[in-house]
Design a protein around this ligand. Sequence first.
Ligand code: GDP
Ligand code: MG
Length: 163
Amino acid sequence: MKPTIALVGRPNVGKSTLFNRLTKSRDALVADQPGLTRDRHYGHGKVGSKPYLVVDTGGFEPVADDGILHEMARQTLQAIDEADAVVFIVDGRTGLTPQDKLIANRLRQLDRPVRLAVNKAEGMVSNLVVAEFFELALGEPWPISGAHGEGVRSLIEDLLAGF
Ligand code: GDP
Ligand code: MG
C-alpha cells in the first residue's frame, strides 16, 4: 500500500501549491485506495520509484477566528490520523506565528514521521529563513519553495525513506 502524506499548516502557507507540485496536477484526483475518506483532496505522486498518496487538508480551513484551532484539530487531525507521514508547512516570509506553535504542539505528540517545511524560501538565505523554526522542536526545518519546486524532492525522499 502506498504511504499517505498529509499536508498540514495554517491557511496561506502554501499547502495547495505544494500539493499541486507533489501530484503534478492542478486538479485533485480522487484516491482509489480503500480505507480513506473520500471527501478530501487526494492525489497520487511518485518520488523516484516510490509512489505515495498526498492529502491537502486545505479544504477545511475556516476563516481565521477563535474557532480555528478547534476546526483544525477536528478536521486536520482526522487527516493526520489516516496518514502515514506528515509535512507541516510554515511560511518563511511571514515567520513563526502563534498558530504554528499550537499546531506544532499537536504534531509533537504524533507517533509517525513529521517533517517541518519552511516554505516560500526561494531567494532567501536557507540558514536564516529556518532559524526561528527550530523552536517548534520538530527536528531540523527544511527550507523549500513549493511554487518553484526547490527542496521538495529531497524533503519527500527523506520523509519516505522508512517506507
Ligand atoms: P494554502 O492556503 O496553505 O493552501 O496556501 P496556497 O497554496 O493557496 O498559497 C497561498 C499563497 O502563497 C498563494 O498566493 C501562493 O501563490 C503563495 N505561495 C505558495 N507557495 C509559495 C512559494 O513557494 N513561494 C512564494 N513566494 N509564494 C508561495
Ligand atoms: Mg489550500
